[in-house]
Design a protein around this ligand. Structure first.
Ligand SMILES: Nc1ncnc2c1ncn2[C@@H]1O[C@H](COP(=O)(O)OP(=O)(O)O)[C@@H](O)[C@H]1O
Ligand SMILES: [Mg+2]
Length: 277
């Protein structure tokens, strides 16, 4: 399998008045045209990992790595302009809540067209046709109508599908989806994930799927890395989740409820200080 992304010893830290916050502390993994899940509880450094790859670490954050390579491009030494060109065109990111990612004062169709025209020389007519086709691909039933709507006029699920359409319109090679459905109802969640999953397979893209939900991740990914306190504590095939070795992963698995199971008392996830060492 060709390697899309190589991450070796990635670190992200934030100097503050009271000391340095180490958000990511030496994360390593490689990614081909496959679906990789990153799981871990809130604050474990998942988003900071995704943002560092995307080049969206806030300016006061410090990113270092032994290797941060995307298709032969050294992301750490790439000039800002090159990284900007990569973003959206070759690496795209879907965030948790479409409300904050879509521009509230621009119609959905126009946003998708503008994204496309930022990255490719296409005329207005062609951009519109491709945006409509993309809205259809994310299973929006009436693309013509939705094209002219503003983000506040659509439901959360439709907004997130529009967001996915916008991220995939320029045909990126790598999609980073950071808790893409956590803000949605459970029923809508699965629809949106299925659409994303199908598009990723059809287009032969690499996917990094970030979530705190181990079960969701393992049902959508080939491989899973488990993060705790800024580090990878375990990497395993999604199909081999049951054989997880690390007590944190086992704890996450144990905390997932099973229908029909007696849960008294509820299990508590014990965290050991040495996991973060
Ligand atoms: N801009 C920032 N300045 C300082 N610390 C930050 C900043 N952004 C995130 N962090 C810290 O980085 C850690 C990891 O955050 P994050 O990657 O967002 O976690 P996750 O996505 O796994 O919930 C957290 O402890 C958070 O407080
Ligand atoms: Mg996060």
């Amino acid at each position: 399998m060709t390697t899309l992304l190589t991450v070796k010893n990635l670190k992200v830290s934030y100097p503050t008045r009271t000391g340095v916050i180490e958000a990511v502390r030496g994360v390593s993994f490689t990614l081909g045209k496959e679906r990789l899940g990153i799981v871990g509880e809130s604050g474990s450094g998942k988003s900071q990992t995704g943002r560092a790859i995307m080049g969206l670490t806030p300016p006061h954050g410090i990113v270092t790595a032994d290797t941060l390579d995307f298709n032969g491009i050294d992301l750490l030494s790439a000039p800002a302009k090159q990284r900007r060109l990569l973003r959206g065109k070759r690496i795209a990111m879907v965030l948790q809540d479409p409300k904050y990612s879509l521009d509230p004062v621009m119609s959905i169709g126009r946003q998708i067209c503008e994204t496309l025209r930022t990255h490719e020389k296409v005329g207005k007519g062609e951009a519109r046709d491709r945006a409509l086709a993309m809205l259809e691909a994310v299973q929006i039933r009436d693309p013509q109508r939705v094209f002219d709507l503003y983000p506040h006029e659509v439901s959360g699920g439709m907004g997130q599908r529009a967001m996915i359409a916008m991220m995939l319109i320029a045909d990126p090679e790598l999609l980073i989806a950071d808790e893409p459905t956590s803000a949605l109802d459970v029923t809508v969640q699965l629809d949106v994930l299925r659409i994303m999953d199908r598009l990723v397979s059809e287009r032969g893209m690499g996917l990094i799927f970030v979530s705190h939900d181990l079960r969701l991740v393992s049902s959508f990914c080939d491989r899973v890395i488990v993060m705790y306190a800024g580090k990878v504590v375990e990497e395993l095939k999604a199909s081999e989740l049951r054989n997880a070795q690390h007590p944190y992963t086992q704890g996450l698995l144990n905390c997932m409820p099973q229908i029909g199971e007696n849960r008294h008392p509820l299990p508590v996830l014990d965290r050991k200080p040495e996991w973060a060492a």
